[in-house]
Design a protein around this ligand. Sequence first.
Ligand code: ADP
Length: 596
Amino acid sequence: MRKNKRRKKSEFVRFLSYIKPYWFMIAIAAFGGIIKFTMPMVFPKVMQYFIDDVLSSESTMSYTEKLHELTFWSLLVIGLYLFIWVPGVYVRHYYAGKVGHKVIFDLRYDLYLHIQRMSSSFFKENQSGSIVSRLMNDINLAQNMVGNALTNIWMDGAVIFVLLFVMLKIDPLLTLVSISIFPVYIIASKKLGRLVKKNSRQVQDEIAEMTGELQEKISGYAVVKSFARERYEKLRFFKEARKLLDYSIQSTKLNSINMFVVGFLTAFAPIIVIWFSGYLIINNRLTVGEMVVFYSYLGQFYFPINRFSELNIVFSTSMAAIERVFEVFDREPDVKEKEDAIECSADLKGEVEFKNVSFGYDNDSLILKNVNFKVKPGMKVAFVGPSGSGKSTLVSLLPRFYDPVEGTISIDGVDIRDYKLASLRKNIGMVLQDNILFSGTLEENIKYGNPRASKAEIIEAAKAANAYDFIIQSPYKFDTEVGESGMKLSGGQKQRIAIARVFVKNPKILILDEATSALDSESENQIQEALDRLMKGRTTFVIAHRLSTIINSDIIMVVDDGEIKEMGTHEELLKKGGLYEYLFNQQFGEVKKLMA
Ligand code: ADP
């Protein structure tokens, strides 16, 4: 519990550090706010003067003097409003809003950068929709804290302080009576604040959960439809939406309770004040004018009190959101760049060595066990083995999507952890089974591999990737839009764009993970041809289900249960008569039988 309290405080302090650069704007906004709310305090004082000294039947002023006093003070009040109050109001709202937006911009940008630095495990563990939800919803809520809370607190504090002072000067006893109810209010607010924060956290968690789930189910609509699971999904959505509804209603309930707690106070206190001031008047201890002025001040006193209670709600809601945001900040990337990391050499050769490499996604079990091999530059290496044996995991260690728990991986004799991450990844190209193209033109998608690629290089890459012909036949050629709102590409076409993307990147090392397994044979031939071109002069790691594509590899490694069980050329492995021969016969046995 104590630990919790300390954490809460530190998150608030951490949030304040985002506001610090804009303290000056907050000060201006608060100053504007103080003007906005203290200026109206002049009015009751003028009214008291009118009632008790100018308009009273006991007044000794002449008609002209009375008219003069009335006009002079009225004009003065109008002047004060026009030249001080009006700019004050503008400054208060403009700067409070501006600071809110600026702080939120900084926070959102920082969070984005932080998320960008996160390692693969973070993206595997969190649904993309729920990450987006933190970036958008939670940070939006945090904005209220700056826009409202941090500017209001100063001006409301100041206004309450001034009003208390003025009221105490009129009648200390009356003041004490009128604020006697406040302790009840403070206790109620504290309790309510805690409930609001808890509830707000539930709402935000649920929104993130729903966003994550929705994003998954909407992009995976084909699965939902093909399995005719609409009814199941409908019920699931209903359940989640219902939960959100319940939490939101709870939030409305808490807000309403807050309203009546404060409302009761603002309705109840004046009656006590009127009764007590009436008592003082009949005892000749107070004038009617004083009662009117006190009553007006008391009215003004309630505004900031009301706002304080709203602020309590805003503060609690925002803090719940801010906590969620800082939770992401507190997650350190698993794969970190060393402070003194170096760039890969410009003429990297592409020699790769795994030395006693072991790896597990969690602490419980090792997926890779003591993997050892050395690959010369330009070699084509194939990994084969049963599904789930660890082939993809093995190649994902090379671009440091994960770091091994034991052992080292080196490129050209340098531990890959000594390279700068961006530099390392620039030298590794990947073509996967399911390649993602982003919304944009075909050219932009190819250029994603290298933003500095010239048009000539892009055309050359498209040709090498066997993509040029279909690009030229597309409606706008290289400027054809693809992605969600653009032209629909076939799996094979996407694959060829992905290959062109790697061609312009021109990496020394290549990873092809099941790159041809999901294609028809015509596409496969075209892609295989493009891949063969791409592999030339690059160290290549291929994972393939179909052994036909890897027969001519320089080395074939047979992975089973996270270990490299066999290693050699196709002929050597066949001769050996082990797992490779078994896998090979499984795929080609039928063909051989037919040919015999
Ligand atoms: P292969 O490529 O040989 O089919 P993988 O490398 O994909 O095998 O998977 C090896 C093992 O690691 C499997 O048991 C799989 O369940 C597990 N695995 C793969 N990815 C993850 C992950 N992100 N988190 C936890 N376990 C994983």
